[in-house]
Design a protein around this ligand. Structure first.
Ligand SMILES: [Cu+2]
Length: 255
């Protein structure tokens, strides 16, 4: 009798635990996710996305982009401290055909973080061309420490992802008579923005307002979660009660 009862209990507990684990993960203390959809600048044709999960000042950064000039370094940064928007061709104030970094500054601000492939990530590495991705199709992941002001910019909605380097004349390399506004030893093509995306809070992984334990939520998701929680509590006793307590604590933290 005891054995016959134990088997389904274990099976049901195993079924319930992934759900409890998911609840814990989505309410991870202090972790917030942000997404930027990259749009082309300077006619680059570059598209892509940036994802940042921020836990305190620790950022896990993922960038996927395509359409970049192959075999050429693409400086990439979090910019901050301005409007938190991206430039258009109308921002080409001097009419040289390029939206230059300085012309875009009122939109996306200064370099806050250099998204290098290794080593220093400060603004000092903003043009560290030997430590930036060089592929036409970029797939970048790195976990880095942000300075508090840059981390705050994500929460305030003023953080912007910018990828630089555009082969505007289609020559297959960075060249041309127009020199970079950042470093006159470089062609403008090497430093002009190629893609830009403003970070917004990601929709996935957010926790609905109001604790699940109140049962007062209006969405089907919350009601389902509550029902599962009750079922799990009946089946797995102390373990499930611990999870409910954890969820209560999370709710209190978010108040
Ligand atoms: Cu930049």
């Amino acid at each position: 009798m005891r054995k016959a009862f134990a088997l389904p209990t274990v099976a049901l507990a195993a079924a319930a635990f992934p759900l409890l684990t998911m609840t814990g993960a989505s309410a991870h203390e202090g972790a917030h996710s942000f997404q930027a959809n990259l749009g082309a600048v300077n006619g680059s044709g570059v598209t892509g996305t940036g994802m940042v999960t921020l836990d305190g000042n620790t950022a896990t950064v993922t960038i996927d982009a395509s359409g970049l000039l192959a075999g050429a370094p693409h400086a990439q940064h979090f910019h901050f401290g301005a409007a938190g928007t991206c430039p258009t061709q109308a921002d080409d104030a001097n009419g040289d055909g390029f939206v230059a970094v300085t012309e875009a500054a009122a939109r996306y601000g200064a370099i806050g973080t250099s998204l290098t492939t290794s080593g220093d990530t400060s603004p000092d590495s903003g043009l560290a061309i030997d430590r930036f991705p060089t592929d036409a199709n970029e797939s970048y992941t790195r976990t880095i420490e942000l300075t508090p002001d840059v981390a705050a910019a994500f929460e305030q909605g003023t953080a912007v992802l910018v990828l630089h380097g555009v082969d505007k004349d289609g020559s297959g390399t960075y060249d041309g008579d127009i020199k970079s506004d950042l470093d006159p030893s470089l062609p403008m093509e090497a430093t002009a923005p190629a893609a830009c995306g403003a970070f917004d809070a990601a929709q996935m992984g957010t926790t609905p307002a109001g604790g699940a334990e109140t049962g007062g939520g209006s969405t089907a998701g919350i009601e389902q979660q509550t029902a599962i929680g009750v079922g799990a509590a009946a089946l797995v006793g102390a373990a499930a009660a611990g999870a409910v307590a954890y969820r209560r604590r999370q709710a209190a933290d978010q108040a």
